[in-house]
Design a protein. Structure first.
Length: 482
C-alpha cells in the first residue's frame, strides 16, 4: 500500500503476524489453473545479459559486469534503505557499472510502458497509489519466479536457505499459482485504528473497546473542538484498514474470504451492513473532521498529528510517513477495531496484519539474477536491522530487532499482534483485484458513503455490483482462498 518520509526510531512493518496467519490458515494461497513459471528471456530487442558463474559467493550466478537497475517507490519508507543495500551489491560486484537507481511515486505510469515494451527494470518496489495490478502482472506472466532466490543460501548463514529466514507466511503471500513465488513482500504491516495516547490522556480516556464507547468518546472530543476521525478522503481505500477487520470481527473471517472470492451476495452479509452503518454513524453525528473527503493521506495524517482528530485508519508505515509533523510527546499507538457488540464472532483484538512493500523481478528483466541478488542482500540481518532503524518497520526477515529500542508505535504494534493471537485476518482484495479495491470499493463506494453522498444500503448495492462485474470479467484472472 505504500508509505512516505523519514526519521530515526523503530516502528512496525508488515509481517510478524503472518507467521501466525500462515500457521492457522488465515493466509490462503489463491488457486489458479494455468500460470506457468517465468516468461522467456527474450525481451523485445533488449536481450538478457549472460548469466555468470555460480559460486559460494555468487549462488545466483549474477553477471559480474552487468548493470543492475532498481526502481523504488518513493513513499513512507523512503529510498535510503535500498541505496544502502545497493552499496553492498556494488561492493560484491565491483566490475559492474554503478547501479541505476530511481525513486518515484508514479510506478504504473512510468513502468507499465516499459513492461509492455519488453524493457522493464531488474527490481521494482511495486507500491503506492500507482501500484501496478499484481494479479494482472502474474496473469500475463510478466513476473519472474523468485524460487531461485528463496532456495539460495542466506547472506548470514550459508547453511540456511533464504526461505528459511523469512517470517512464516511471506512465501505464501507471494504465490498466486501453487509453487511459483511471484512477489517478495519486504515490509510487515499492522493495519488498524491509529491514535495518540497523549491525546486520549488529555481527554481522560482510554481506547474504546466497544462501538458505544467509541461514539461516546467522539462526542466528548467534539465538545472540545476535536474531531473523532479523519482519513485519506482522496484515497478512501485506506478506510478498509480498520473496516475490514471490523467486518471480520462482527461476522467471522469467512465473511472476508467470501468477499475475496467474489462470491454472489458476499457484500450483503449482515456483518458488512452492521459495519457500514456503524461507520456511517460517524458521518451522521459529525464526528468526521470537516473537509476530510477532499484531503489526501498526507493532509489527513498531518491534521491527525496536529491533534485535529483522534483516530485515523492506517498502516504501520504511518509513523515514518508522518514523522516530520509528529510531536515528540505524541505517543503514536495502534489498536484493533472496537467491538460492535457482544454478538461479534471474534474477540476484541482481531486485527489485520500482512506483508507489504511488494518487490518483483520482471520476467523480461535484463539482469534478473542481479535483481534477486539485491533482494538476497536486503534479506540479511544487517539490512533488515538498518531498515527497521531507519523507517520504523519490521521486515520479512524473521529477526533483526535484537538490541533495538522500539518506539511507542512499533511497540504498540507488537503488543497488538500479541493480543490478537490467532485472530489475525489478511484480506487479499488489494493484492488480487487492485482496480476493484481502490477505484470501485474505495473511491466510488466507501468514499461516497463517508462523505454522506450515499447511504450504507446504496453503497452495499453498488459495491456488490462492482464485485459481480469483476467475477464475470473474463479478461482478468480470478483467485480464491483454498
Amino acid at each position: 500500500m505504500g508509505s512516505t518520509s523519514a526519521r530515526n526510531n523503530e516502528g512496525l512493518g508488515r509481517r510478524d503476524l503472518i507467521k501466525r496467519s500462515a500457521a492457522i490458515g488465515l493466509i490462503s494461497v489463491p488457486t489458479m489453473s494455468f500460470l506457468s513459471a517465468c516468461a522467456s528471456s527474450d525481451s523485445g530487442g533488449d536481450k538478457k545479459v549472460e548469466k555468470g558463474k555460480t559460486s559460494a559467493k555468487n549462488p545466483l550466478g549474477v553477471n559480474e559486469t552487468a548493470q543492475l537497475e532498481v526502481v523504488i517507490f518513493d513513499g513512507g519508507f523512503g529510498q535510503q534503505y535500498a541505496l544502502d543495500a545497493e552499496k553492498k551489491y556494488q561492493a560484491a560486484f565491483p566490475k559492474a557499472p554503478k547501479v541505476k537507481h530511481r525513486a518515484t511515486q508514479k510506478i504504473q505510469s512510468e513502468l507499465q510502458p516499459r513492461f509492455n515494451g519488453g524493457t522493464p527494470p531488474d527490481l521494482i518496489d511495486n507500491s503506492g497509489a500507482q501500484q501496478m495490478d499484481m494479479g494482472v502482472l502474474v496473469g500475463k506472466k510478466q513476473l519472474a519466479d523468485l524460487t531461485p532466490l528463496l532456495d539460495a543460501p542466506s547472506i548470514d548463514d550459508p547453511n540456511k536457505k533464504v526461505r528459511d529466514t523469512l517470517r512464516p507466511g511471506i512465501v505464501e503471500m507471494g504465490q498466486f499459482d501453487g509453487d511459483p513465488v511471484w512477489i517478495l513482500y519486504y515490509a510487515y504491516t499492522v493495519y488498524g485504528v491509529w491514535y495518540s495516547q497523549t491525546a486520549l490522556e488529555k481527554l481522560d480516556a482510554t481506547y474504546p473497546e466497544t462501538w458505544d464507547e467509541m461514539l461516546a468518546l467522539c462526542e466528548k472530543a467534539k465538545k472540545k473542538g476535536i474531531a473523532g476521525w479523519t482519513y485519506a478522503g482522496k484515497y478512501p481505500y485506506y478506510l478498509p484498514f480498520s473496516l475490514y477487520p471490523f467486518i471480520a470481527k462482527i461476522g467471522g473471517r469467512e465473511v472476508l474470504d467470501a468477499i475475496d472470492n467474489l462470491e454472489p451476495k458476499a457484500w450483503e452479509h449482515p456483518a458488512v451492513k452492521a459495519a457500514f452503518e456503524a461507520y456511517y454513524e460517524l458521518f451522521k453525528k459529525g464526528y468526521i473532521l470537516k473537509g476530510t473527503p477532499g484531503i489526501d493521506h498526507i493532509q489527513s495524517q498531518t491534521a491527525w498529528t496536529q491533534g485535529k482528530a483522534l483516530f485515523i485508519p492506517n498502516g504501520s508505515w504511518v509513523e515514518n510517513e508522518a514523522a516530520k509533523t509528529t510531536p515528540k510527546d505524541f505517543k503514536m499507538t495502534v489498536s484493533a477495531p472496537s467491538s460492535l457488540d457482544k454478538s461479534d464472532k471474534l474477540p476484541f483484538g482481531t486485527i489485520w496484519a500482512s506483508g507489504g512493500e511488494p518487490f518483483v523481478v520482471p520476467a523480461k528483466a535484463k539482469n534478473a539474477e542481479g535483481g534477486m541478488e539485491q533482494l538476497r542482500i536486503m534479506l540479511s540481518e544487517a539490512s533488515s536491522k538498518s531498515f527497521t532503524q531507519q523507517v520504523k518497520s519490521l521486515t520479512a526477515f524473521n529477526g533483526g530487532t535484537d538490541g533495538l529500542t522500539l518506539s511507542t508505535a512499533m511497540q504498540s504494534g507488537v503488543d497488538a499482534l500479541k493480543k490478537a493471537g490467532d485472530n489475525v485476518v489478511n484480506p487479499r482484495l488489494q493484492d488480487w483485484y487492485v482496480k476493484l479495491q481502490k477505484e470501485q470499493i474505495g473511491v466510488a463506494g466507501l468514499g461516497e458513503m463517508m462523505a454522506g453522498r450515499a447511504t450504507p444500503a446504496e453503497t452495499i448495492k453498488k459495491i456488490q455490483g462492482f464485485a459481480d462485474a469483476a467475477a464475470k470479467d473474463q479478461s482478468i484472472k480470478h483467485y480464491k482462498h483454498q
